[in-house]
Design a binder for this molecule. Structure first.
Ligand SMILES: NC(=O)C1=CN([C@@H]2O[C@H](COP(=O)(O)OP(=O)(O)OC[C@H]3O[C@@H](n4cnc5c(N)ncnc54)[C@H](OP(=O)(O)O)[C@@H]3O)[C@@H](O)[C@H]2O)C=CC1
Ligand SMILES: O=C([O-])CC(=O)C(=O)O
Length: 454
């Protein structure tokens, strides 16, 4: 794993951050006064604004920065840059202390792991995370980027360099690696995006198996090294079953902390209702996606509201609701792939932001959001022990409760059961990954499709 540090409050220099680092490293052999860039506000206070700063800095100095090599925990780049205070001068010291004043209200750094960090979705998401858009403008962040192979390590370095060059003040640390046991150390959030796409000729069962292995391993790693209250959002497909595999392999982490992303589907459903009702998106509320993130998902127009009124009072076209709306949402991902040639990435990143924000902010009164969550005592009569998208509310503490005041009519129920059956079939395919039987029990149905597959 390699470390980098945010350039935002680094001293000004005509060198690039990487050059700056090399310069600092070159100076290291001289008995110069070196200061490693501190990572937290309180740490920075100690190092920069107190009289003992320089002494302590010299004691704390880490080994020379080295460009990252997979499997090594060396650091490079501006995140682990050492600074020569005498060279930088008094003016910079003053600025830093002033900045420290400005950041007094900052919270403790939140540590967020992202797998598939060199992929398309992460390409959008990481910059939203680093900017403060997700966790808030007073929330410094450490990003831990996970790739899958030696080959992807170089790509991760490129991603890290772009983060470095973005000068985000809240980005306190970036580390990259390919070993989940290293990358997930003490993380408070794990956004599991990395997964293999289904290749030509690959059976659905093969995809479940290949990606399932990834999520079994990552579940084990989270179980071993992550924060005991880590929140896990599984994006990589098939995300519901991957989330199930992940949580089953992490028995020491509450199952309730695991989510499969169905927020993109919720956003798509809101968009379609807004379009049909000719209202702005923010008028659509109480939108549930039931079930699997697949073409069997059930976008719920029965409980959805438009401008506070039941959707069916505003949209009188029942045929459209039953047929077109449902199918459009179910197949939106596939349609997009046909038009764009690749699966949705920016809108998925936005929906990941929405999903996190729904957990870290209180849900607006009377509203709810959808998430694929573990069915353990659910009030709807859905089979237990699967990951199923359902309506949730949060107090903003990272946790959620299921919403109980929903109506499930025959139309919804019939479709919910179909999605449930699909998830049960997927679960039978991954029995060997969750300690419940053999792969041979796998029988995938025609309906078992990702939104991107048609
Ligand atoms: N739930 C939802 O709503 C949606 C889910 N998705 C799913 O999200 C996933 C990612 O999509 P996208 O970013 O576009 O895909 P990309 O192919 O662009 O990126 C996937 C990334 O995952 C990495 N990866 C593969 N295996 C692992 C592993 N074991 N650990 C860490 N990283 C790994 C790959 O890099 P490398 O192999 O080089 O490490 C690659 O960088 C897909 O499964 C897609 O189907 C997409 C849209 C919506
Ligand atoms: O199938 C995919 O990879 C894309 C996907 O999940 C979606 O767009 O909803």
């Amino acid at each position: 794993m390699a470390f980098m540090a945010a350039a935002a409050t680094a001293p000004s220099s005509s060198s690039s951050p990487l050059q700056l680092h090399k310069h600092a490293a070159a100076r290291r052999s001289a008995p110069a006064l070196l200061l490693r860039r501190p990572r937290s506000r309180s740490h920075r206070n100690q190092l920069v604004c107190s009289l003992d700063a320089t002494k302590q800095a010299v004691q704390e100095e880490r080994p020379a920065a080295v460009n990252g090599v997979a499997g090594r925990t060396d650091c490079y780049g501006v995140f682990c840059t050492t600074y020569d205070l005498r060279a930088v001068g008094a003016r910079w010291r003053t600025d830093w202390c002033k900045r420290d004043e400005e950041t007094k209200a900052w919270k403790k750094v939140v540590s967020v792991a992202v797998s598939g960090a060199a992929g398309m979705i992460s390409n959008h998401l990481l910059f939203k995370l680093a900017s403060g858009q997700v966790f808030g403008p007073d929330q410094p962040i450490a990003l831990k980027l996970l790739g899958s192979s030696q080959r992807s390590f170089q790509k991760l370095e490129g991603v890290a360099m772009e983060l470095e060059d973005s000068l985000y003040p809240l980005l306190r640390e970036v580390s990259i690696g390919i070993d989940p046991y290293e990358v997930f150390q003490d993380v408070e959030w794990a956004l599991l995006i990395g997964a293999k796409p289904r290749g030509p000729g690959m059976e659905r069962a093969d995809l479940l198996n290949i990606n399932g292995q990834i999520f079994a391993q990552q579940g084990k790693a989270l179980n071993a090294v992550a924060s005991r209250n880590v929140k896990v959002l599984v994006v990589g497909n098939p995300c519901n079953t991957n989330a199930l595999i992940c949580l089953k392999n992490a028995p020491e982490i509450p199952s309730k902390n695991f989510h499969a992303l169905t927020r993109l589907d919720e956003n798509r459903a809101k968009c379609q209702l807004a379009l049909k009702a000719s209202v702005f998106y923010d008028k659509i509320s109480n939108m549930t996606i039931w079930g699997n993130h697949s073409t069997t998902q059930v976008p719920d127009f029965v409980n959805a509201r438009i401008d506070g009124k039941p959707a069916r009072q505003v949209i009188r076209d029942t045929k459209w609701l039953h047929e077109e709306f449902t199918k459009t949402v179910q197949k939106r991902g596939g349609e997009l792939i046909q038009k764009r040639g690749r699966s949705s990435a920016p809108s998925t990143a936005v929906s990941i932001v929405d999903a996190i924000q729904s957990l870290v902010n209180p849900t607006p009164e009377g509203d709810w959001f959808s998430s694929g969550v573990y069915t353990n005592g659910n009030p709807y009569g859905i089979e237990e022990d699967i990951v199923f998208s359902m309506p949730c509310r949060s107090k903003g503490d990272g946790d959620y409760e299921l919403v109980t005041d929903v109506t499930i009519d025959d139309f919804l129920w019939e479709r919910i059961k179909k999605s449930e059956a699909e998830l049960l079939a997927e679960k039978r395919c991954v029995g060997h990954l969750i300690g419940e039987g053999e792969e041979e029990l796998c029988e995938v149905t025609e309906d078992t499709m990702l939104p991107g597959e048609q």
